[in-house]
Design a protein around this ligand. Structure first.
Ligand SMILES: [Zn+2]
Length: 205
Protein backbone atom coordinates (compact mmCIF):
# COMPACT_ATOMS: atom_id res chain seq x y z
CA UNK A 1 0.00 0.00 0.00
CA UNK A 2 1.05 3.54 -0.67
CA UNK A 3 2.44 4.64 2.68
CA UNK A 4 1.55 8.25 2.35
CA UNK A 5 -2.05 7.36 1.41
CA UNK A 6 -2.27 4.99 4.36
CA UNK A 7 -1.02 7.61 6.81
CA UNK A 8 -3.23 10.37 5.47
CA UNK A 9 -6.29 8.15 5.39
CA UNK A 10 -5.52 6.88 8.88
CA UNK A 11 -5.34 10.43 10.14
CA UNK A 12 -8.62 11.12 8.40
CA UNK A 13 -10.28 8.16 10.10
CA UNK A 14 -8.99 9.16 13.52
CA UNK A 15 -9.89 12.74 12.83
CA UNK A 16 -13.40 11.72 11.96
CA UNK A 17 -13.67 9.53 15.02
CA UNK A 18 -12.60 12.44 17.22
CA UNK A 19 -14.90 14.88 15.49
CA UNK A 20 -17.87 12.58 15.77
CA UNK A 21 -17.44 12.41 19.55
CA UNK A 22 -17.74 16.18 19.89
CA UNK A 23 -21.09 17.66 20.89
CA UNK A 24 -23.13 18.79 17.90
CA UNK A 25 -22.48 22.51 18.53
CA UNK A 26 -18.72 21.90 18.34
CA UNK A 27 -18.80 19.87 15.14
CA UNK A 28 -17.72 21.45 11.88
CA UNK A 29 -20.21 22.08 9.13
CA UNK A 30 -21.11 19.53 6.46
CA UNK A 31 -18.61 20.89 3.99
CA UNK A 32 -15.54 20.22 6.19
CA UNK A 33 -16.82 16.82 7.24
CA UNK A 34 -17.34 15.64 3.69
CA UNK A 35 -13.85 16.87 2.87
CA UNK A 36 -12.48 14.58 5.55
CA UNK A 37 -14.50 11.64 4.34
CA UNK A 38 -13.30 12.10 0.79
CA UNK A 39 -9.87 10.72 1.70
CA UNK A 40 -11.08 7.91 3.94
CA UNK A 41 -10.30 4.40 2.68
CA UNK A 42 -13.96 3.64 2.05
CA UNK A 43 -15.53 6.76 0.64
CA UNK A 44 -19.18 6.42 -0.18
CA UNK A 45 -21.74 3.82 0.78
CA UNK A 46 -20.80 0.17 0.90
CA UNK A 47 -22.69 -2.55 -0.93
CA UNK A 48 -25.49 -3.69 1.31
CA UNK A 49 -26.27 -0.18 2.50
CA UNK A 50 -23.97 -0.17 5.50
CA UNK A 51 -23.20 3.47 4.96
CA UNK A 52 -19.80 5.12 5.11
CA UNK A 53 -17.06 2.66 5.95
CA UNK A 54 -15.49 4.41 8.91
CA UNK A 55 -16.92 1.82 11.29
CA UNK A 56 -15.17 -0.93 9.42
CA UNK A 57 -11.82 0.40 10.51
CA UNK A 58 -12.48 -0.43 14.14
CA UNK A 59 -9.36 -2.63 14.22
CA UNK A 60 -7.35 0.52 13.62
CA UNK A 61 -8.82 2.08 16.74
CA UNK A 62 -7.79 -0.89 18.92
CA UNK A 63 -4.38 -2.02 17.67
CA UNK A 64 -3.76 -4.05 20.84
CA UNK A 65 -6.48 -6.51 20.02
CA UNK A 66 -5.92 -8.62 16.96
CA UNK A 67 -8.36 -11.36 17.90
CA UNK A 68 -11.04 -11.04 15.32
CA UNK A 69 -14.22 -12.92 14.78
CA UNK A 70 -14.42 -14.27 11.27
CA UNK A 71 -17.67 -15.26 9.72
CA UNK A 72 -19.53 -17.88 11.71
CA UNK A 73 -19.37 -21.37 10.29
CA UNK A 74 -21.72 -23.91 11.79
CA UNK A 75 -22.00 -21.91 14.98
CA UNK A 76 -18.26 -21.79 15.65
CA UNK A 77 -16.72 -18.36 15.85
CA UNK A 78 -13.21 -18.37 14.43
CA UNK A 79 -10.29 -17.29 16.59
CA UNK A 80 -7.57 -15.58 14.57
CA UNK A 81 -4.22 -14.45 15.95
CA UNK A 82 -0.96 -13.35 14.41
CA UNK A 83 1.96 -15.74 14.19
CA UNK A 84 3.78 -13.70 16.85
CA UNK A 85 0.82 -13.98 19.21
CA UNK A 86 0.61 -17.74 18.78
CA UNK A 87 4.35 -18.01 19.33
CA UNK A 88 4.20 -16.12 22.62
CA UNK A 89 1.09 -17.95 23.85
CA UNK A 90 2.15 -21.53 23.03
CA UNK A 91 5.12 -23.65 24.10
CA UNK A 92 7.59 -24.33 21.25
CA UNK A 93 6.22 -27.89 20.95
CA UNK A 94 2.59 -26.73 20.84
CA UNK A 95 3.48 -24.02 18.34
CA UNK A 96 5.26 -26.47 16.04
CA UNK A 97 2.33 -28.90 15.94
CA UNK A 98 -0.61 -26.50 16.04
CA UNK A 99 0.69 -23.78 13.75
CA UNK A 100 3.16 -25.68 11.53
CA UNK A 101 1.56 -29.12 11.33
CA UNK A 102 4.41 -30.78 13.16
CA UNK A 103 4.17 -34.25 14.68
CA UNK A 104 5.19 -35.07 18.21
CA UNK A 105 7.37 -38.13 18.85
CA UNK A 106 5.34 -41.26 19.56
CA UNK A 107 4.92 -42.30 23.21
CA UNK A 108 5.89 -38.84 24.48
CA UNK A 109 2.46 -37.46 25.41
CA UNK A 110 1.12 -37.89 28.95
CA UNK A 111 -2.32 -37.89 27.33
CA UNK A 112 -1.65 -41.43 26.04
CA UNK A 113 -2.08 -42.81 29.53
CA UNK A 114 -5.14 -40.85 30.51
CA UNK A 115 -8.10 -43.15 31.07
CA UNK A 116 -10.16 -40.84 33.28
CA UNK A 117 -13.49 -39.43 32.18
CA UNK A 118 -13.08 -36.01 30.66
CA UNK A 119 -12.67 -33.79 27.65
CA UNK A 120 -9.69 -33.06 25.45
CA UNK A 121 -9.63 -29.39 24.47
CA UNK A 122 -7.55 -27.61 21.84
CA UNK A 123 -4.34 -26.29 23.41
CA UNK A 124 -4.60 -23.19 21.23
CA UNK A 125 -8.14 -21.99 21.88
CA UNK A 126 -9.67 -24.47 24.39
CA UNK A 127 -12.45 -25.66 22.09
CA UNK A 128 -13.50 -29.17 23.22
CA UNK A 129 -12.41 -31.49 20.40
CA UNK A 130 -12.33 -35.07 21.77
CA UNK A 131 -13.83 -36.99 24.67
CA UNK A 132 -12.60 -39.86 26.81
CA UNK A 133 -15.79 -41.66 25.74
CA UNK A 134 -14.33 -42.20 22.25
CA UNK A 135 -10.71 -42.77 23.28
CA UNK A 136 -9.06 -46.12 22.69
CA UNK A 137 -5.57 -47.55 22.99
CA UNK A 138 -4.29 -47.85 19.44
CA UNK A 139 -0.77 -48.88 20.50
CA UNK A 140 0.67 -46.26 18.15
CA UNK A 141 1.97 -43.97 20.86
CA UNK A 142 -0.42 -41.16 20.00
CA UNK A 143 -3.75 -40.44 21.75
CA UNK A 144 -6.37 -42.09 19.56
CA UNK A 145 -10.12 -41.71 19.23
CA UNK A 146 -12.73 -43.35 17.01
CA UNK A 147 -14.68 -40.08 16.64
CA UNK A 148 -14.38 -36.39 17.56
CA UNK A 149 -16.54 -34.99 20.32
CA UNK A 150 -18.60 -33.15 17.73
CA UNK A 151 -18.08 -33.37 13.99
CA UNK A 152 -18.40 -29.60 13.62
CA UNK A 153 -15.62 -28.96 16.15
CA UNK A 154 -12.96 -30.31 13.79
CA UNK A 155 -12.04 -29.63 10.18
CA UNK A 156 -10.96 -32.56 8.01
CA UNK A 157 -8.96 -31.87 4.84
CA UNK A 158 -6.87 -33.87 2.38
CA UNK A 159 -3.17 -33.60 3.18
CA UNK A 160 -0.69 -34.57 0.44
CA UNK A 161 2.46 -33.67 2.38
CA UNK A 162 5.30 -36.10 3.15
CA UNK A 163 4.62 -38.13 -0.03
CA UNK A 164 1.35 -39.53 1.34
CA UNK A 165 -2.31 -38.80 0.93
CA UNK A 166 -3.83 -38.47 4.36
CA UNK A 167 -6.69 -36.61 5.97
CA UNK A 168 -5.54 -33.97 8.39
CA UNK A 169 -7.63 -32.85 11.32
CA UNK A 170 -7.65 -29.28 12.66
CA UNK A 171 -9.51 -27.36 15.33
CA UNK A 172 -12.58 -25.70 13.82
CA UNK A 173 -12.17 -22.61 15.99
CA UNK A 174 -8.49 -21.62 15.64
CA UNK A 175 -7.58 -23.92 12.73
CA UNK A 176 -4.70 -25.33 14.77
CA UNK A 177 -3.39 -28.67 13.47
CA UNK A 178 -4.33 -31.59 15.73
CA UNK A 179 -3.40 -34.75 13.82
CA UNK A 180 -4.72 -37.11 11.13
CA UNK A 181 -7.61 -39.54 10.73
CA UNK A 182 -7.20 -43.03 9.25
CA UNK A 183 -9.73 -45.70 8.36
CA UNK A 184 -8.21 -48.54 10.37
CA UNK A 185 -9.93 -47.76 13.66
CA UNK A 186 -12.28 -49.83 15.80
CA UNK A 187 -16.07 -50.01 15.74
CA UNK A 188 -18.47 -48.31 15.57
CA UNK A 189 -16.90 -45.91 13.05
CA UNK A 190 -13.83 -47.81 11.86
CA UNK A 191 -11.92 -44.53 12.13
CA UNK A 192 -8.72 -43.76 14.01
CA UNK A 193 -8.19 -40.15 14.92
CA UNK A 194 -4.45 -40.12 15.57
CA UNK A 195 -3.86 -36.95 17.56
CA UNK A 196 -0.85 -35.09 18.87
CA UNK A 197 -1.22 -34.98 22.63
CA UNK A 198 0.73 -31.73 22.77
CA UNK A 199 -1.98 -30.03 20.69
CA UNK A 200 -4.59 -30.74 23.36
CA UNK A 201 -5.19 -30.33 27.10
CA UNK A 202 -7.20 -32.70 29.25
CA UNK A 203 -10.02 -31.47 31.45
CA UNK A 204 -11.24 -34.04 33.92
CA UNK A 205 -14.93 -34.62 34.54
ZN1 LIG B 1 -8.30 -24.41 18.61
Amino acid sequence: MNRRFFISSSIAVVGFAVLSRLPSWAQPNEKVLSGVLAVSPHPGPLPGGEGVGVGRDSTFNSPGSSIQEKSKSKGIKKVTKTDAEWKSQLTPEQYDVLRHEGTEYAFTSPLNDIHDKGTFICAGCELPVFSSAQKFDSGTGWPSFWAPLKKENVIEETDRSAGMTRTKVSCAQCEGHLGHVFDDGPKPTGLRYCMNGVAMKFVKG
